[in-house]
Design a protein around this ligand. Structure first.
Ligand SMILES: Nc1ncnc2c1ncn2[C@@H]1O[C@H](COP(=O)(O)OP(=O)(O)OP(=O)(O)O)[C@@H](O)[C@H]1O
Ligand SMILES: O=C(O)c1ccc[n+]([C@@H]2O[C@H](COP(=O)([O-])O)[C@@H](O)[C@H]2O)c1
Length: 191
């Protein structure tokens, strides 16, 4: 099976993530998409990061009932911070019959040269890149197996949602209803 790995902190998962996953699933040869929840991004601060299992639960609620999408906690038991190359090597070992491709917003390309073994990622893995407002794929100067998809641009981010909560605003429609409900119930992000 061809699996697209959508890595992220998902703090929290929002409709931007879901729309992109949906678009890529429909406009690629992928059979399924796994949302890989990262305990810790090597390039991000830990502040305001919701507990791993809460973020996983939010992703689980967002995709429940949709067979082509699922959450993955595979990085929870791997060494931290979560280096994508290490996760991929482990995944290939654990699921030898699957073919894994990486799904990535173009914003990630901006600092991609700082990722662990980025040359190996570019050489050995197919990377599906979709546009994000802060970085143009055309400005990426390294050679690699990039497949650019023309997915819609949405200026929604988890940080905007967290900021809205911090300001006492209500981001209902930025979130899947089941995700919104759970955040409210659990009072995450000061909800
Ligand atoms: N609105 C969006 N449209 C498309 N892709 C997105 C969107 N928001 C985030 N992504 C992508 O999803 C992946 C995981 O995102 P992440 O969990 O860091 O969310 P984020 O909204 O960018 O978070 P934060 O605002 O906390 O940095 C990243 O590759 C990022 O580029
Ligand atoms: O492997 C690396 O060196 C590396 C450096 C920065 C980010 N990543 C991964 O990229 C993914 C996206 O992170 P985020 O927090 O922007 O959603 C997440 O899985 C991180 O662990 C990986």
């Amino acid at each position: 099976m061809k699996i697209g790995l959508f890595f992220g902190s998902f703090n929290p998962i929002h409709v931007g993530h879901l729309i992109i996953a949906n678009y890529i699933k429909e406009y690629s040869d992928l059979d399924r998409i796994w949302f890989v929840v990262s305990p810790q991004n090597p390039l991000k601060k830990k502040a305001s990061l919701l507990d791993d299992y809460h973020r996983l639960e939010l992703v689980n609620r967002a995709v429940k009932g949709y067979d082509d999408y699922e959450e993955s906690s595979i990085e929870f038991n791997l060494p931290k911070p979560s280096y994508t190359i290490d996760t991929l090597v482990y995944m290939k070992e654990r699921y030898p019959s699957h073919d894994f491709q990486i799904i990535m917003g173009s914003d990630n390309l901006k600092h991609f040269h700082k990722w662990k073994n980025f040359e190996i990622l570019l050489r050995d893995y197919e990377i599906i890149v979709y546009p994000r407002p802060t970085f143009d794929v055309a400005d990426f100067k390294y050679e690699g197996n990039l497949k650019v998809v023309n997915a819609p641009l949405m200026e929604i981010s988890s940080s905007l949602i967290r900021k809205m909560y911090a300001e006492g605003k209500d981001p209902s429609f930025f979130l899947a209803p089941s995700v919104y409900q759970y955040i409210e119930e659990m009072h995450f992000y000061g909800a």
